[in-house]
Each structure stands twice: as structure tokens, then as C-alpha cells.
Design a protein around this ligand. Structure first.
Ligand code: 3EB
Length: 307
């Protein structure tokens, strides 16, 4: 397997992302080691590449790269330095907003949020809900024209480590919602003080690529099939089909459309792998140990669909 340093030294490398503890540390702003363990370790490295020269740098705790009109930014925050998940999210999103506001590549298309112990805490004190509060405060009106696609998943690394990274562009993408699901920013109060701000998917500018947000067994605003892994996964796949239709994309996934599956209970990983093999033959799926932000949900998918 090609190592991260080699990939980073290739021309046009915007970012290289590794998954889990086994991944070597590399000192480069474009390198990110996500705190999610793969069930198929060692996980392949994820490579973001553009056909242009890439500049990169660091501003305080924010790392960035820019090339060909595309922008990668990542920020990793120790929550303890900001009084917990809300303060950490507020700091991280305010930093991202400040950085992006000064660039022409400021159209955020896709964001990943990885949060420790995401379901700890009761009611509005659940750590995910605190994260949502801080995210909204840090962003202010930055997404007033519409939210990007996103994922928010719990990791099992250091609880206090908040990881956020994103893809932005000099050009706006096109937001896609799912007719089977209430838009997340309209979720009712029962899911928290601050509705999560994300679009169900985003069509990237200048390319027929759909960035698909974290998608789970939610219909309308309700979680479905509590306790039933197979049914949750089937409902999630139905949601993905509806999303493709809503984006005017052909049905189905193929070998060029990589997905990630976030699985709450390691014991469920083989079953998720089998079911996805049956339902999406040939589709590359990275199986990761991650917790959906609603504690009753067992599995979530996200990824890319190339037209
Ligand atoms: C859902 O559909 C599942 O808070 O950014 C999915 C994608 C979810 C993104 C976020 C949350 C987020 O509501 C949860």
C-alpha cells in the first residue's frame, strides 16, 4: 500500500486521510488521521487530488490546502481547552468561518464532524446536542444561503477530541434534499434546541458528482426500526435511492461510487458487510466503527455518487 508521504508528494494532492490508530503520523497540513477504526484494517488511505498546483499551510489550529479552485480545511480541537463540546464546536466553526471568509474558495460543499462519546449525556445535555449548539453559534449566518452536505458521527478515540474537515470550492454547488426525509434544519424541538444544519446532499460544481450526507433510517423526522439492524440498513438504502432520484441521478451505486458505513456495534459489522455486498455488489464500502448521533440508530452511510 502506498504510504501517506508518497501520496502527499504527488503533484496535485489536496489531502490524504487515514483511519484509525494503525495509521502512521505525518507532519503535513494536508494529512488527517480520523479517530475511527476500520473493521477492515488496515483501511486504504483516502486521497483527494486536483489537476493543479496545491498550496498549503496552517493558521493556529486550522490546517488548509488550496488548488485548482478547491479547498480542504481541517481543525482538531481539544474540548477541554474550550469547556466541552459546545465551546469546542463554537471555536472550530468560528475559526473555519473566519478563514473561509477571506478566500475565494469559500463555498462549503461537504463537512465531516467526528465527535467523542457522541451519545453521552441526557436530553439537551447529550454531547451531540451540545455540539449542534456550538456549531450554530460559531457559524453565525455563514450558511444563511443554505447548508452544505455533512456527516456527524461519534468516534471511539480520545473523548475530548473534536475533528472537523471540509471541502470547499470557488463555485457554489447545488443542494439536494430527500423527499422521504424532513430537512434536518426543520427537525422539531424534541431532537434538541438547535436543529442540525446540513443538506442531505450536494452536487459538486463543474462535475457530475454527488456528495451524500450521513444517511440513516430516518423517515420524516422519526427514527425507524429501533433495534432492527437489517431493517435500518434497508430503510437507509431506500433513503439513498430517493436521494439519487431527487438529484436527477441514475439509480444505483457502482464501483466508482465509494461509500462509508458507520457501524455502532462491532458485532454488527459482518452483517452490515454481507448485506451491503448483496444489495450493492461491487461498490467499495469502508466499514468504520462509529456511532450515529441518535442513540437508537445502529448504522449510517455516506459517500459519493459519480454520474
Ligand atoms: C440525520 O439524518 C442523521 O449533524 O451534521 C446526518 C448528517 C446526521 C449530518 C449533522 C447529522 C448530521 O439526521 C444525523
Amino acid at each position: 500500500m502506498t504510504d501517506a508521504r508518497t501520496l502527499l508528494d504527488n503533484p496535485g494532492t489536496l489531502a490524504v486521510i487515514g483511519f484509525g490508530k494503525g495509521t502512521a503520523a505525518v507532519d503535513d497540513p494536508r494529512w488527517l488521521r480520523v479517530e475511527l477504526e476500520s473493521f477492515d484494517a488496515p483501511a486504504p488511505l483516502e486521497l483527494w487530488q486536483v489537476e493543479a498546483e496545491v498550496a498549503h499551510g496552517q493558521v493556529d489550529d486550522l490546517r488548509w490546502s488550496i488548488g485548482g479552485g478547491w479547498l480542504f480545511a481541517a481543525i482538531e480541537v481539544d474540548e477541554d481547552a474550550y469547556g466541552g463540546p459546545a465551546g469546542a464546536a463554537r471555536h472550530a466553526y468560528a475559526s473555519l468561518r473566519r478563514f473561509l471568509g477571506e478566500r475565494s474558495e469559500q463555498h462549503v460543499l461537504r463537512i465531516w464532524n467526528y465527535i467523542g462519546a457522541i451519545n453521552h449525556g441526557e436530553g439537551d445535555q447529550e454531547r451531540y446536542k451540545q455540539f449542534c449548539d456550538g456549531r450554530a453559534e460559531g457559524l453565525g449566518d455563514f450558511f444563511a444561503n443554505g447548508y452544505p452536505a455533512a456527516t456527524a458521527i461519534g468516534h471511539h478515540g480520545d473523548d475530548a477530541r473534536l475533528q472537523i474537515y471540509l471541502l470547499a470550492s470557488a463555485h457554489a454547488g447545488a443542494r439536494v434534499e430527500n423527499p422521504r426525509q424532513l430537512s434536518a434544519w426543520r427537525y422539531p424541538r424534541q431532537y434538541g434546541r438547535t436543529s442540525p444544519g446540513f443538506a442531505r446532499a450536494m452536487t459538486l460544481p463543474a462535475q457530475d458528482v454527488l456528495a451524500i450526507s450521513g444517511t440513516a433510517a430516518i423517515v420524516g423526522h422519526a427514527s425507524t426500526h429501533e433495534g432492527n439492524l437489517d431493517a435500518q440498513l434497508n430503510e437507509t438504502l431506500t433513503n439513498l435511492e430517493a436521494l439519487l432520484a431527487s438529484a436527477d441521478m441514475p439509480a444505483g451505486f457502482d464501483t466508482h461510487s465509494p461509500l462509508k458505513a458507520y457501524v455502532r456495534h462491532p458485532a454488527d459489522a459482518p452483517r452490515v458487510r454481507d448485506l451491503l455486498h448483496q444489495r450493492l455488489p461491487g461498490v467499495p464500502v469502508l466499514l468504520l466503527h462509529g456511532d450515529v448521533c441518535r442513540s437508537e440508530l445502529l448504522v449510517e452511510l455516506d459517500g459519493w455518487r459519480y454520474a
